[in-house]
Design a protein around this ligand. Structure first.
Ligand SMILES: *[C@@H]1O[C@H](CO)[C@@H](O)[C@H](O)[C@H]1NC(C)=O
Ligand SMILES: *[C@@H]1O[C@H](CO)[C@@H](O)[C@H](O)[C@H]1NC(C)=O
Ligand SMILES: *[C@@H]1O[C@H](CO)[C@@H](O)[C@H](O)[C@H]1NC(C)=O
Length: 400
């Protein structure tokens, strides 16, 4: 097949480089996005352009008499095509196709004709729906990795941060793929969680791939009255633009931050406004005013254009049974109180013994009154003691 490529040196001078090509022009379009199918011809008046899909016998777009001619256009391309009208006189017959679907794949013919002659060229379109998000979750020690809306058929592999780890026994992994009515693949895989490792799931399709990582961090403890910081690890490299989400028990959204060139824009869920104090530069979540209902798993999820990172931390809220220092202090106070009480009881009994002795000498004539006094009438009690002291003095005086 002969193909001519035009090089426009200036409007007045055009050079034509002709060569024999065995191959079509290959273009990869992205699913659901717009795509330009390239085509060019030697400029000349009375342009005729036909875009066709010969295998399926479809008319994609036609142009003649200086205008689009869409009477014959196939239904599949209705309202999805456009030529670059201001470029046609320069020999540009490229076609813009909107909202690419998998049915758009295949070989297209671009036929052009002017007063100077005609030309056919072929463009082979392939469509990709790249992996754009790897979702990773942990439940009952089973880790699930999934990704949706992928084309061509994806592959999923598991690994850890330790390259020396043996490849996982395939028997412990369960992977399944599904195709939806648009022809896109969903892939899901589960395996046993490796507690002391970073669990890495890689989903690839075509030449591109994304990873999801999950790591369980050491548990954090705090009391309801204290502040606590739950760590996250924003990796340093290529991460100026990314999203971060903190979740409770992997479901409830606490906050979302969108980082653009390193500057965060933060949205806190209304139900957590009371508890969220701040988020540090490293992404760590600072909480306060917690109650036992806030005990659970906190996940920091980082979404970059290429990877998903999930850090899980269990927060244990321990009311009153606080730090070792506090326990020592509490034990100390309780001991002091016990000693003081014992001393008080001892003093009382001693005094009481002395009182009984005095009463036994028949000096007090209000013994019945004393026994009838309610215990909580401390003033009365003291007055009685005072009287008894006075009486005691009297006894001493009497004794002299
Ligand atoms: C035709 O014009 C469009 C829009 O300006 C441009 O994107 C495309 O590269 C051009 N194609 C050729 C073959 O010059
Ligand atoms: C289009 O190109 C793909 C490779 O990208 C190839 O598999 C396919 O057969 C080509 N289709 C046609 C109709 O040439
Ligand atoms: C971050 O979130 C915004 C808004 O939800 C979204 O448009 C964008 O694609 C996200 N960026 C990344 C890297 O996930």
């Amino acid at each position: 097949m002969w193909v001519c490529l035009f090089h426009s040196a200036s409007d007045a001078h055009l050079t034509c480089v002709c060569m024999f090509l065995f191959t079509d022009v290959y273009v990869t379009c992205v699913f659901s996005e717009d795509c330009v199918m390239p085509c060019s011809f030697m400029p000349g008046s009375e342009e005729v352009i036909h875009w066709l899909k010969p295998v399926a016998d479809l008319t994609v777009h036609s142009y003649y008499y200086s205008t689009d001619q869409l009477q014959q256009q196939s239904l599949h391309y209705r309202r999805r095509t456009a030529l670059f009208n201001d470029q046609i006189h320069k020999g540009n017959a490229s076609l813009l196709l909107n909202a690419i679907t998998l049915q758009d794949q295949g070989r297209y013919k671009c036929y052009t004709s002017t007063v100077k002659g005609n030309k056919e060229s072929f463009i082979n379109i392939s469509v990709e729906a790249p992996v754009h998000l790897v979702n990773i979750q942990l439940s009952d020690d089973i880790i699930t990795c999934s990704s949706k809306d992928i084309y061509p058929e994806p592959k999923l592999t598991w690994s850890t941060n330790l390259p020396s780890d043996m490849p996982l026994d395939p028997g412990t992994i369960q992977t399944s793929t599904k195709v939806d009515d648009r022809g896109l693949y969903d892939i899901t895989s589960t395996k046993q969680f490796s507690r002391d490792r970073t669990n890495i799931c890689t989903v690839t399709s075509g030449t591109r791939g994304e990873t999801g990582t999950l790591r369980q961090q050491d548990p954090v403890q705090c009391s309801p009255s204290s502040e606590v910081s739950i760590p996250c690890r924003i990796p340093q490299s290529d991460l100026l633009t990314f999203n971060l989400t903190w979740r409770f028990n992997q479901i409830v959204n606490i906050l979302t931050a969108t980082y653009t060139k390193g500057t965060p824009q933060m949205y806190i869920n209304d139900q957590w406004k009371e508890q969220v104090q701040d988020m540090s530069e490293s992404g760590s979540l600072q909480l306060h005013r917690l109650t036992v209902i806030h005990q659970g798993s906190y996940s920091c999820e980082l979404y970059t254009s290429r990877d998903t990172h999930l850090f899980l931390t269990y927060l244990e809220i321990t009311p009153d049974k606080l730090s070792a220092g506090t326990i020592v202090a509490v034990v100390f106070v309780v001991t002091i109180a016990a000693v003081a009480t014992a001393a008080g009881v001892y003093m009382y009994l001693k005094k009481r013994g002395r009182e009984d002795t005095l009463e036994g000498e028949g000096i007090s004539d209000n013994e019945v009154n004393h026994l009838n006094k309610p215990l909580n009438k401390r003033g009365e009690e003291r007055k009685t003691e005072g009287q008894q002291v006075a009486q005691g003095d009297a006894v001493t005086e009497n004794g002299e």
